[in-house]
Design a protein around this ligand. Structure first.
Ligand code: PLP
Length: 427
């Protein structure tokens, strides 16, 4: 059936599971840098970037060239069958980026959820303990372990149980919603006192800045307290950097804002500029705990993904993208603050590097979340030519995750589009 007879969005409804939601009713024809074009020829500024995957932008010419070259050499081997330099080179670089002078090792997988799964396996194998503590509002993927660790009921956990056992959730510090560092630490102690003894806990997993949960940064003092406590109790600290990694927060990794050293770090998304590869990077003694054969996966650390990631790392250096992330964040925050003073539906604006968000409420005093207005703003922004998506436990937060290669002029343009969207929906 030709596309003229049946528009693509209807074909999508007919052929694709309702279980996968699509934020925007458009069909993409092509993309480059910070832009994408739909099949009607309309151009958009892409402030989603495949949900934080395209920090180097769509189709960065150097990534395309690196993948093309790799494709001419070999596209798949499977590291369980034979080694290849690209896998080892990438591991060596990540080990140094995460571990500094300490001995860290890596293993590569394909998706973020798989990286999370493997981080938990490694922590359990090393500690010989079952328990895992995660955070309310956290998001760690859609596999059994990923959704069990995720701290949001709908739509991620609902109807998919029974969930994986031995997982306990505590509040994530969020000053705007009344959860201080102290309160979150008290909740952690309560879990030890009432649900699982600390010496049965293998790991605590935390996003240094919650992504899907609403772009909320854990205060540095909380991260430091968590590090101290986990060290005292022999609990592994896992930082899930799948969304916060590769410059998004104005540092290479989110944990670097607090100066702590995690035991394990999960990476994916912007690691490889759009190619599917993920990994776990961790202290050597932990990474060596599973028996040979216990980790891996057919496509894990695929050569195309490794080649792309190696080029992404070079691009980060040559184009100063971590610095650029901070500048983008400052520009967005200045713009958001002006909008906050003009539009009463905006309850809170926040940026940490180029991880930027605007939270909508029905009333600034009660802070009641307003998901409906957030959705109307997103739809109106799309009409203006700006693509953004929502996040937050209450889905009332609009998140901005633009490619870091974006120009200052395009950030200003995006702010103008967002402002016109706010006017259009009478925010
Ligand atoms: N962890 C975090 C922090 C994420 O943001 C995501 C995806 O959004 C995941 C894990 C899951 O990654 P994937 O969708 O590649 O499985």
């Amino acid at each position: 059936m030709s596309s003229q007879q049946k528009p693509p969005v209807s074909a999508r409804t007919q052929h694709i599971s309702n279980g996968i939601a699509t934020a925007h009713p458009i069909t993409v024809a092509r993309a480059a840098g910070a832009y994408l074009w739909d099949d009607q020829g309309k151009k958009y500024l892409d402030f989603v970037g495949g949900i934080g995957v395209l920090n180097v932008g769509h189709n960065h010419p150097r990534v395309v060239e690196a993948v093309r070259k790799q494709l001419d050499t070999f596209s798949h081997i499977c590291f369980q069958v034979a080694a290849y330099d690209q896998y080892i080179d990438l591991a060596a670089q990540l080990n140094q980026m995460v571990g500094g002078a300490e001995h860290y090792k890596s293993v590569f997988l394909t998706t973020g959820a798989e990286a999370v799964e493997n981080a938990i396996k490694i922590a359990r194998a090393h500690t010989n303990r079952p328990g895992v503590i995660a955070f309310r509002g956290g998001f760690h993927g859609r596999t059994l372990m990923g959704m069990s660790l995720t701290g949001m009921s709908q739509p991620y956990r609902q109807n998919f149980g029974p969930l994986a056992p031995d997982i306990y959730h505590i509040p994530y510090p969020n000053e705007y919603r009344g959860v201080s560092t102290e309160k979150a630490l008290v909740a952690l102690q309560e879990v030890f006192d009432t649900q699982i003894a600390a010496d049965r806990v293998a790991a605590i997993i935390i996003e240094p800045v919650q992504g899907d949960g609403g772009f909320i940064a854990a205060p540095a003092e909380f991260m430091r307290a968590l590090r101290k406590k986990t060290e005292e109790l022999g609990i592994m600290l896992i930082c899930d950097e799948i969304q916060t990694g590769f410059g998004r927060t104005g540092k290479l990794f989110g944990f670097q804002h607090s100066g702590i050293q995690p035991d394990l770090v999960t990476v994916a998304k912007s690691l490889a500029g759009g190619l599917p590869i993920s990994g776990v990077v961790g202290r050597a003694e932990l990474m060596d705990a599973p028996l040979p054969g216990g980790l891996g996966g057919t496509y894990g650390g695929n050569p195309l993904g490794c080649a792309a990631a190696l080029e992404v790392i070079k691009i980060f250096e040559s184009e100063n993208l971590v610095e650029r992330s901070r500048a983008i964040g400052e520009q967005l925050l200045a713009g958001f603050e002006v909008l906050e003073s003009r539009f009463k539906s905006i309850g809170h604006v926040r940026t940490i590097g180029a991880m930027a968000a605007v939270e909508f409420v029905t009333d600034r005093t009660s802070k009641e979340p307003d998901a409906a207005i957030a959705q109307r703003v997103i739809d109106a922004a799309r009409e203006e030519g700006l693509l953004v998506i929502k996040c937050g436990v209450y889905r009332n937060v609009v998140r901005f995750i633009c490619p870091l290669v974006i120009s200052e002029q395009d950030v200003a343009e995006a702010l103008g589009m967002f402002e016109r969207a706010l006017v259009a929906v009478k925010a």
